[in-house]
Design a protein around this ligand. Structure first.
Ligand code: F6R
Length: 613
């Protein structure tokens, strides 16, 4: 969960930045570093591990200056090490950068830079950014133009901060998509930059939030915001209240909205240190899985509650399709009270955001008693579910505060995808081409989620149309069936509209009787192997006067002709499509609840962690 802090003013930048990084410590990181402009050159200190190691290094080998940038890193490309820690210097030693996000086209950009003679000193994708800026500077551009030219070449979502010794009066920062925010704090004769408000809140409450595809030139005197062509853009200076809760909420109205938007970042962090896109491999170290163990697994029982169980249902499709291991998914409160036949070569895999859900823990205990191996996918580090597991995958989403789970739904989808690849690979079921394709698809996921989030306004139009509905029906098939369940759960729990998720093929066995022109039907219909079946469901619903909102893949003309409204998502493989199709449904539920003026973050009768039966 990378963090960024930058400073330009009259104070010692090192101290301001180190303090700011300390305030982001709770997010987790594996290395940290600071670069300051010291006597006309860039002084750099970086170290792996905790911030106090960097602080110790700075004590023994101090650096000081009035301009600087710092970073806490959660490894994505390249292992946690001093050389991979940010900030990254270019080959000339004149430009330095810190970065959140994944440069999705890093391999192509790196190959081009290498062919032009650039030297890479780290394994990170971030280094391409600083080397590209230097390349454009060498061609005669000034720093702003070089930054613009570079940013336009990057695919994916990014937060970037950089400066150059040749233009020491400015720091340049940019936000593309949702790889964390970029906030600029305006002080008196000094300006601050951060990925998160708490890092700079002690200095100022006057904040400017960058929108996606905006760049800012930050000086002691303030900020100029522009688009990526360098054209000035209007911006507002917001006043942030001095309390930690609103500070954490930042630019968003509710935590749920913030957490929906955090998914680019949480998915980037989910991949960090696990998916090696260059070598085309996945590492799930905490799972303690050996090849022998993978080969010996006879069956996997996935057990969980609510949203987490819906993630598990998607996992069944992924694991059975790729790893050919039979998977049963069962709601934990049911699993614990039946007599499941759990052989010793079974795995019981629990999924839980809190890691403290009573039913899920009881289901795990049952699995343990019967000799199964216990695995968990958990968000809350150190929780009971994680402690009692033989192997685990931590979700890396950071704290989820909104009661309705959003980012803790998409993270386990990606974890389960990686698990399915690891199991399939260990069993020798993947050709190297298939494995490479699966991993390449994965690299694009945070960016594609970002694209879905950019379409928030389109969802708003639909939200307004159905905000007064009393019922809603969500339909999906195959791997999208759990997404229908999840979309309906999101709507009912925060907007109090009765909503049902249904396997679309079951319509004719009962629910079709509900259809009339008062019932919105949400049909999840990407171009997968169930597409034609879904099309005929939409036709049937339309024939009975229902108002159909489809979630469909860009360019799907059949759906465009049939549905009343379409929430479009970009293309990805069918295995990863649930990560995208759920995004407009989360937004739809959020917006409807917000339009109805409800307490989105703390819906009635619900608790974030259900520690009772
Ligand atoms: C719904 C929601 C709940 C939880 C369920 C399990 O938005 O949040 O359905 O998913 O209570 O909680 P965890 O994941 O903490 O075990």
């Amino acid at each position: 969960m990378c963090g960024i802090v930058g400073y330009i003013g009259d104070q010692n930048a090192t101290e301001v930045i180190l303090n700011g990084l300390h305030r982001l410590e709770y997010r987790g990181y594996d290395s940290a570093g600071i670069a300051v402009l010291e006597n006309g050159s860039i002084a750099l200190r970086r170290d792996v591990g905790k911030l106090n190691r960097l602080a110790e290094l700075l004590k023994n080998s101090p650096i000081a200056g009035n301009v600087g940038i710092g970073h806490t890193r959660w490894a994505t490309h390249g292992v946690p090490s001093e050389r991979n820690a940010h900030p990254h210097l270019g080959n000339t030693g004149k430009v330095v950068v810190v970065h959140n996000g994944i440069v999705e086209n890093f391999i192509a950009l790196k190959a081009e830079l290498l062919s032009e003679g650039a030297v890479f000193r780290s394994d990170t994708d971030t280094e391409t950014i600083v080397l590209l800026v230097e390349k454009f500077l060498a061609e005669g551009m000034d720093l702003i133009s070089a930054a613009c030219a570079t940013l336009k070449l990057l695919q994916g979502a990014h937060g970037v901060v950089l400066f150059s010794i040749d233009e020491p009066d400015k720091i340049i920062t940019a936000r593309m998509g949702n790889a964390g925010g970029v906030v600029i704090g305006i002080g008196e004769g000094e300006t601050f930059i951060a990925s998160d408000i708490p890092a700079i809140l002690e200095h100022t409450r006057k904040m400017v939030f960058l929108e996606t595809h905006q760049m800012a030139v930050v000086t002691k005197k303030g900020v100029d915001v522009m688009d990526l062509d360098g054209n000035p853009v209007d911006y507002t200076v917001s006043s942030v209240a001095w309390d930690p809760v609103s500070a954490e909420k930042g630019e968003y109205r509710h935590f749920m909205q913030k957490e929906i938007h955090e998914q680019v970042r949480s998915l980037t962090d989910t991949l960090a240190g696990r998916a090696d896109f260059e070598r085309g491999d996945i590492y799930l170290q905490e799972l303690n899985l050996t090849r022998e163990k993978a080969e010996a697994i006879g069956k996997i029982f996935i057990t969980a509650c609510g949203t987490a169980a819906h993630a598990g249902m998607v996992g069944k499709y992924l694991i059975e399709h790729l790893a050919k291991i039979p998977v049963e998914v069962e709601i934990a409160s049911e699993f614990r009270y039946r007599d499941p036949i759990i052989a010793e070569n079974s795995v019981v895999l629990a999924i839980s955001q809190s890691g403290e859900t009573a039913d899920t823990l009881a289901a795990m205990t049952l699995g343990k008693e019967q000799g199964a191996t216990l695995w968990s996918i958990v968000n809350a580090i150190g929780s009971q579910a994680m402690r009692i597991s033989d192997g685990s995958i931590s979700m890396q989403t950071g704290p989820e505060i909104g009661v309705a789970s959003t980012k803790a739904f998409t993270a386990p989808l990606v974890d389960l995808y990686m698990l399915a690849i690891v199991l399939a690979d260990a069993k020798g079921l993947l050709s190297s081409e298939t494995k490479q394709t699966l991993i390449t698809d994965l690299a694009k996921i945070p960016g594609l989620v970002g694209e879905c989030l950019l379409r928030e306004k389109d969802v708003e139009e639909v939200s307004k149309k159905i905000m007064n509905a009393e019922n809603a029906l969500y339909l999906g098939r195959g791997i999208q069936m759990p997404i229908a369940y999840e979309g309906a759960l999101k709507l009912k729990e925060i907007s109090y509209i009765h909503a049902e998720g249904y396997p679309a093929g079951e319509m004719k066995h009962g629910p079709i009787a509900l259809l009339d022109d008062d019932l919105p039907v949400v049909a999840i219909c990407p171009q997968d192997r169930w597409h034609d079946k879904m099309i005929s469901q939409i036709e049937q619903a339309k024939a009975r006067g229902a108002y159909v909102i489809a979630v469909a893949e860009d360019g799907d003309e059949k759906v465009a002709l049939l549905a009343d409204d379409v929430l479009w998502v970009p293309h990805t493989s069918w295995l990863l499509m649930p990560v995208l199709t759920v995004i407009p449904l989360q937004i739809l539920a959020y917006q409807i609840a917000a339009l109805r003026g409800l307490d989105v973050d703390q819906p009635r009768n619900l608790a974030k962690s259900v520690t009772v039966e």
